[in-house]
Design a protein around this ligand. Structure first.
Ligand code: PAF
Length: 291
């Protein structure tokens, strides 16, 4: 595995592979790699001749009072994990190279960015879309791998790639969960022991919506109320939102149908957690809830 900091050097390395007819898979990350990231990397290594992983804690997707400064960083560990997984190139750009002082171009996907995470984190998806557009321009992958855990992010990136005619296939990969259901996330590292136990309430609420849907409930209000009840049963959890939404447009629904998405966000102490499940979808499309 080679590690690149310079955009031009990574480009030259990948140009040679592309000229050889090799396929390039790309896994963009902010580091602090966990099993969720590793599942994306494994999928890319399986599908593509070369896998590129980027590690860049992107400042433009953090709000002023968010956790940019304390976001977990451990490049030595991340680099070892990538090497073990068979990654070809690790890209670790600097903030100055990704955002030169005179940079003045932003990518926005305004409608999909509006609700849920966008409403709670103004500017977040503008930062995500912009950095992904830049990374896609630099790496020019055939495929890019994203976790379904960040469901709204996945839709924003799919929309951007389609709207800007980027010749990249976005591959959505199932959420990887801890045995108690908690979705893997780099931010789980912030939780102390009691908070960590409490954090599983979010996936329990989503699985409850899934269970009710499978039992025949089709009222979005009923599913939302059931999720709120589960979350309110955990005194450490503060609810940001729960919703039942259309899986492509994210429009809030009154009547639920197969393939709709149940989404939620909570705060436990100073940590904000998000998660989602698709309702009634039993294909390979999403990880099933733990038994
Ligand atoms: O999901 C993430 O880790 C980030 O939002 C991404 C896609 C790497 C962009 O910074």
């Amino acid at each position: 595995m080679r590690t690149f900091q310079q955009i031009a050097e990574l480009r030259a390395h990948l140009r040679a592979a592309r000229d050889d007819g090799q396929t390039i898979g790309f896994v963009p990350t902010m580091g602090a790699l966990h099993e969720g990231h590793l599942s994306l990397i494994r999928r890319s290594c399986n599908d593509c001749d070369r896998t590129v992983v980027s590690i860049f804690v992107n400042p433009t997707q953090f709000g002023p009072n968010e956790d940019l400064d304390r976001y977990p960083r451990d490049l030595a560990r991340d680099s070892r994990l990538c090497q073990e997984e068979g990654v070809d190139a690790l890209f670790v750009p600097t903030v100055a190279d990704m955002y030169p002082a005179d940079a003045d171009t932003w990518v926005e996907v305004p409608e999909l960015s509006k609700p849920y995470e966008g409403a709670h984190r103004p500017g977040h998806f503008r930062g995500v879309a912009t950095v992904c557009a830049k990374l896609f321009q630099i790496v020019q992958p055939h495929r890019a791998y994203f976790g379904q855990k960040d469901y709204q992010q996945l839709l924003v990136i799919q929309r951007m790639v389609a709207d800007l005619c980027m010749p990249i296939t976005i591959v959505a990969c199932p959420t990887v969960r801890e045995p108690d259901g908690l979705a893997m996330s780099s931010r789980n590292a912030y939780l102390d022991r009691e908070e960590r136990e409490a954090a599983a309430v979010l996936s329990r609420a989503l699985f409850e919506a899934q269970r009710l849907f499978e039992a025949g409930e089709r009222s979005a209000d009923e599913l939302r109320s059931a999720m709120v009840r589960v979350i309110e049963s955990e005194p450490r959890a503060r609810l940001d939102y729960v919703a039942i939404a259309h899986p492509q447009t994210l429009a809030a629904l009154e009547t639920v149908h197969d393939g709709c998405v149940a989404l939620g966000a909570i705060r436990i102490g100073g940590t904000r957690l998000i998660d989602n499940v698709l309702l009634g979808v039993t294909l390979n499309h999403q990880a099933r809830r733990p038994a």
